[in-house]
Design a binder for this molecule. Sequence first.
Ligand SMILES: *Cc1c(COP(=O)(O)O)cnc(C)c1O
Length: 462
Amino acid sequence: MRYISTRGQSPSLSFEEAMLSGLARDGGLYVPETVPTLSSDDIRALHGLSYEETAFRVMRPFVGDSFTDATFGDLIARAYAGFGHDARAPLVQLAPGHFLLELFHGPTLAFKDFAMQLIGQLFEEALTRRGERVCIVGATSGDTGSAAIEAFRGLDAVDVFILYPHGRVSEVQRRQMTTPTETNVHALAMDGHFDDCQARLKDMFNDFAFRDEVRLAGVNSINWARVLAQVVYYFSSAVSLGAPDRTVSFTVPTGNFGDIFAGYIAKKMGLPIDRLVVATNQNDILHRCLTSGDYATSEVHPSISPSMDIQVSSNFERVLFDAYDRDGKAVAQLMDELKAGGFKVSQGALQALRENFDSGRASEGETLATIRTAQGTMGELLCPHSAIGVKVAGEHRDPTVPMITLATAHPAKFPDAVEKASGIRPPLPDRMADLFDRPERLTRVGNDLTALETLIRERTLK
Ligand SMILES: *Cc1c(COP(=O)(O)O)cnc(C)c1O
């Protein structure tokens, strides 16, 4: 199994190499050269399996010979052992034909834990075997950072630096990043928005001298291994509703297009998915693009769903690569145009996108109203991101096809918005009830590449 770059100018890599490097050197993202498929019988055989067994069968064909079966199975078991729910990703019914996939039972209460906990295990195993160390730098709108820190804290083979937009993450998110005491953890509060953090991260990856010097590795959702880990719960949830003998649709609260791209991969693998619905907040570039074909960036407007306050959706490049018939040159050209403000998707490519994806958006008021009604009529307290999913899913219901909406975070991660909408202040689960008493440790940094590189160099090359 080989991985190729969406811009066509980097050599192909193994799963392990693609995982350890993150971004390709031509600026592209790694995708599998071919997507392996599971037959209807393979999918039917997933009925009744544990989450971990399903994960093994779904991911195994992508991993090649990077890990043995026994090792890969062990690492999966370790990754999910710390989850607060035996099912890992339980499915609850909201209404007739509408289900909620709860992805917030991991250690940091957001779906990012599914990928990050596994990646932590895979990195440690691969690096220990190779006798290497890496420096992980990540950009976060809040949840990736806390999940990465939780997954990598205290590991010998990694330093982890997380850039988050100063003053623009929730207090729970911030504290999850700033309270770990391990010295390999560095929380960096940067001036600007998430897109600025992500842009500086990309700059570091494109500074090859720096990249090689500190042995930079990336765990943002541009990392293929993260996408892969997220494919699993599309299978586990669809199978529990009768796949492959019943088709289902998914609605996914979307920012960087990573989670929904995992659904697209599940579909390419043979899982019978009817529609994949992109749900955005008021930062709706993806919804506008799927509606009009114009991918035009504008200013980020901070919202009550901060993990989706994104205007440059990294993983969209992966689906564009397919929509443009895997023409790396065409993708590279679009990404150049994006630097100048945006691009127009060709008619053919837009049609290809619309074969799989629908989209919708929720305003701030609609998000609050959905939290309120879901609590009142469905008895489910939603986080603002999940509420956007539920609202948009309601507009795309086909009565003959069950809809699964992904609940991406626990309501206690965003207590202010949830309380404002519902009057209920959701408590943190017991295992993290002392989060607000732990001392914080962070470094304030400017939106300045040279200063960031200097700081990272100083702290890693001791
Ligand atoms: C990261 C995140 C999203 C968006 O996921 P993408 O993979 O970036 O599309 C949505 N909701 C929550 C709670 C998140 O943490």
